[in-house]
Structures are given as structure tokens and as C-alpha cells.
Ligand binder design. Structure first.
Ligand SMILES: *[C@@H]1O[C@H](CO)[C@@H](O)[C@H](O)[C@H]1NC(C)=O
Ligand SMILES: *[C@@H]1O[C@H](CO)[C@@H](O)[C@H](O)[C@H]1NC(C)=O
Ligand SMILES: *[C@@H]1O[C@H](CO)[C@@H](O)[C@H](O)[C@H]1NC(C)=O
Ligand SMILES: *[C@@H]1O[C@H](CO)[C@@H](O)[C@H](O)[C@H]1NC(C)=O
Ligand SMILES: *[C@@H]1O[C@H](CO)[C@@H](O)[C@H](O)[C@H]1NC(C)=O
Ligand SMILES: *[C@@H]1O[C@H](CO)[C@@H](O)[C@H](O)[C@H]1NC(C)=O
Ligand SMILES: *[C@@H]1O[C@H](CO)[C@@H](O)[C@H](O)[C@H]1NC(C)=O
Ligand SMILES: *[C@@H]1O[C@H](CO)[C@@H](O)[C@H](O)[C@H]1NC(C)=O
Length: 311
């Protein structure tokens, strides 16, 4: 007993050193054994998994490809080739796409792109907004059982101030839950004939609320810099769930059913006080703050210590 106590005291400073600031080893089961879990600095937690037919993901819809031929490795959904910016326990973020229509001085079209986007079996999150930029434009976004629209109007003297998307040159509207597909069509009132000297294009896109900051006049005048800024800085938030009946939730976790994501499904969540990947064996593990005598400081301190079997 005394020996145990002394050992513990002497070992304790060592534990402090390895535990502080780093992830506890047992919570490190991000992916299946033998699977890559990092792509550059992006973490890929199971049920997502890297590679085709590697058995690292729950099924094909969660398979991703890590392409290292970029200066910073990039992650793509295997099924669709859509780029993923990052993955959390209920969402992931992907690149957006922009529809546009640009006009010549004689009212004819110079550039024209309508678009559609499919993310099935996942869903576009209601955290996204549908945004239209332009002075003579309106745009419709349509999906299954849904259609919404937004109008961008302005004149040279009265264009929207930067930072606000309130209809003057910039308009935004909400989308419903559970949308797994949408398409965007742009329309114009007068082919930009009245506004052409300072606004030749209209744009429409879906993007995470708050990620696009309308800069006023410069966004209306400059044809391509706003387009480039949207593509490089605006993510689309996607909700993911596992289809089926909770069969993947491992120990010390509970199943949360999610009805409003495409097709419905569930997510697993570690119970309070437990950490780890709830989809992977051995499930979530318990950690507790306990009061311990620190040899280093010579006083009682709260520390993260792994405790098995309690809680
Ligand atoms: C990951 O790398 C990208 C590109 O270098 C960088 O912008 C981002 O901040 C990094 N993220 C983290 C969490 O380190
Ligand atoms: C990685 O990206 C490069 C450049 O886009 C492409 O040529 C290559 O086919 C990609 N590799 C894989 C494995 O997808
Ligand atoms: C995920 O990406 C989005 C947009 O690129 C960023 O705002 C967010 O902070 C990122 N989250 C994490 C956990 O890296
Ligand atoms: C989506 O757009 C592509 C071209 O970008 C087109 O080939 C396809 O038919 C469209 N699909 C739907 C469902 O609108
Ligand atoms: C856009 O989506 C709606 C709803 O799914 C569909 O009815 C319509 O045909 C689509 N339009 C285009 C141009 O793909
Ligand atoms: C806009 O262009 C379309 C097709 O190019 C044309 O039919 C229409 O009359 C034009 N409208 C105006 C207001 O000039
Ligand atoms: C739950 O789903 C799995 C896989 O789809 C199936 O094998 C299992 O029988 C189902 N269990 C129940 C209780 O429905
Ligand atoms: C629950 O967590 C405890 C403590 O970490 C662990 O010993 C146990 O194996 C877990 N239970 C299950 C069913 O995985």
C-alpha cells in the first residue's frame, strides 16, 4: 500500500507532463485502426474515412479522398468530388458555387451560368443563406418542395453600404432544413441597361451566414474580384447523419435521432463525462477531474485523470 502510494507520487509529475495540453491517448480513436485520420491539418473522424475501398469509412457516402498534390493537402468527397474544408461531429463545410449573369452595354449577355448542387445523402444546413448581389437582378433558388427568391436593386446614388445585405445591391434569404439539392436561376429586370456603368453582373450563391461581407460599391463594380472572393472564402455548411436505426452507437454513448436531414437518421453522442469516438469500438471512455497531491507544487490540484469503471 505504501509502495503504491509512493510510486504514484513519483509518477505523477510525469503524467502531468504528458497529459497537459495534448489529447488523451484513449480519446485518440478518431478513425478505425490502421486508417489515416489526418489530411494535412484536417482531421477526418469516423464514420468518415480516407480512401476508396479501404474500409475506413462507414460506407461509400462517408468516403473522402486526400489529395496531396496541392501545396496544402485538400479533402474531397469520393462520391461527388466536392471539396471539404473541415468536418465536425454533426456538420462539414464544403466549397460553394456561384451562379452569375453578366451583360454587355448593348444588353446582350456576356457571361451566363445557372447552377445546381446535390449533396445527398446529406443536407444543406439552415445555417446557410441564399445571397444575391446585383443592381438589376433577382434570383430563384429551388429544391424539392421549396422555392425562394431574392431581389438585388440599386442605383448609382443609392447602392447599399458595405457590411449590410439589406436589398440595396445585396439581398439574402433563408433556406429550409433537409434540402439535399438546389438549383439557382438568375433573372434581370432591364438587362442592366440602367446600371451598366457601375454594375454589369448579377451573382447568386448559397453560403454560411456571416461568411460573406458585402463591401458595397466595389462589389458591384468589379466583375471578377467579388466572384473570386466568394469562391475562396464562403463555405456551405452541410448536416450529416448516419442512416438507419442507431446500430453504430458504441459503449457509453447515446443515439440522437435526427429527422430533418435528408432521409432522416441518427448521430451518436458520448454520454456526459465521456470522450472519444462514439461510432468506434470501444466507445466513449470516462474521464474525471480528481483532486491529487502534486509532488511538484506541494499542494492539492485538480487534474485530468482517466478513471475506468466509474461514472
Ligand atoms: C490548416 O491549414 C490552413 C492552410 O495552411 C490554415 O489556413 C489553417 O489555419 C490551418 N488550420 C489549423 C486548425 O491549423
Ligand atoms: C489530385 O489533384 C490533381 C490536381 O487537381 C489531379 O490532377 C489528380 O488527379 C488528383 N488526384 C486524385 C487521386 O484525385
Ligand atoms: C471550418 O471551416 C470554416 C470555414 O472555412 C471555419 O469558419 C471554421 O472555423 C472551421 N472549423 C474548424 C473546427 O476548423
Ligand atoms: C445540373 O447541372 C448540370 C450542368 O452543370 C446538368 O448537366 C444537369 O442536368 C443538372 N441537373 C439537374 C438535376 O438540374
Ligand atoms: C430546379 O429544382 C426544382 C425542384 O427540384 C425542379 O422542379 C426544377 O426542374 C429544377 N430546375 C432546373 C433548371 O433544373
Ligand atoms: C433583355 O434581353 C432580352 C434577350 O436578350 C430581350 O428579349 C429583352 O427585350 C431585353 N430587355 C430589355 C429591357 O432590354
Ligand atoms: C438496425 O439496422 C441494421 C443495419 O441496417 C440491421 O442489421 C438491424 O437488424 C436493425 N436492427 C433493428 C432492431 O431494427
Ligand atoms: C464505459 O467507460 C468505461 C470507463 O472508461 C469503460 O471502462 C467501459 O468499457 C465503457 N463501457 C463500454 C460498454 O464500452
Amino acid at each position: 500500500m505504501l509502495l503504491y502510494f509512493m510510486l504514484h507520487l513519483f509518477l505523477f509529475p510525469y503524467y502531468m507532463g504528458t497529459l497537459k495540453g495534448s489529447t488523451l491517448s484513449a480519446t485518440n480513436n478518431i478513425g478505425k485502426p490502421g486508417c489515416l485520420t489526418m489530411c494535412g491539418n484536417l482531421s477526418v473522424p469516423y464514420p468518415f474515412g480516407i480512401g476508396k475501398d479501404t474500409g475506413c469509412s462507414l460506407d461509400d457516402s462517408f468516403s473522402v479522398i486526400c489529395n496531396t498534390s496541392y501545396s496544402e493537402p485538400k479533402l474531397f468527397l469520393l462520391s461527388s468530388g466536392i471539396e471539404i474544408y473541415n468536418i465536425s461531429d454533426s456538420e462539414f463545410r464544403i466549397a460553394t458555387d456561384v451562379a452569375y449573369k453578366c451583360y454587355n452595354e448593348d444588353k446582350t449577355l456576356s457571361w451566363d451560368l445557372d447552377m445546381n448542387y446535390t449533396i445527398s445523402p446529406f443536407s444543406f444546413s439552415p445555417k446557410n443563406k441564399f445571397i444575391v448581389i446585383g443592381c438589376d437582378d433577382f434570383s430563384m433558388i429551388r429544391g424539392e418542395g421549396f422555392s425562394g427568391g431574392c431581389v438585388g436593386l440599386c442605383s448609382q446614388a443609392r447602392h447599399g453600404p458595405g457590411g449590410q445585405c439589406l436589398g440595396m445591391g445585396c439581398c439574402e434569404t433563408s433556406i429550409p432544413k433537409g434540402l439535399d439539392y438546389y438549383n439557382v436561376t438568375l433573372y434581370t429586370f432591364r438587362n442592366h441597361s440602367d446600371v451598366w456603368s457601375f454594375n454589369t453582373c448579377g451573382y447568386a450563391f448559397l453560403g454560411e451566414e456571416g461568411s460573406f461581407k458585402f463591401q458595397g460599391a466595389s462589389d458591384l463594380t468589379d466583375e471578377w474580384s467579388v466572384w473570386e472572393r466568394i469562391l475562396s472564402t464562403v463555405p456551405v455548411v452541410v448536416d450529416w447523419v448516419v442512416a438507419g436505426n442507431c446500430s453504430e452507437c458504441k459503449g457509453n454513448s447515446s443515439c440522437v435521432e435526427v429527422a430533418d436531414v435528408d432521409g432522416g437518421g441518427y448521430r451518436c453522442k458520448c454520454n456526459n463525462g465521456y470522450e472519444g469516438n462514439p461510432y468506434l469500438h470501444p466507445g466513449c471512455q470516462g474521464y474525471r477531474y480528481v483532486l491529487m497531491w502534486s509532488l511538484l507544487s506541494g499542494r492539492m490540484e485538480w487534474s485530468w485523470v482517466e478513471i475506468h469503471g466509474i461514472a
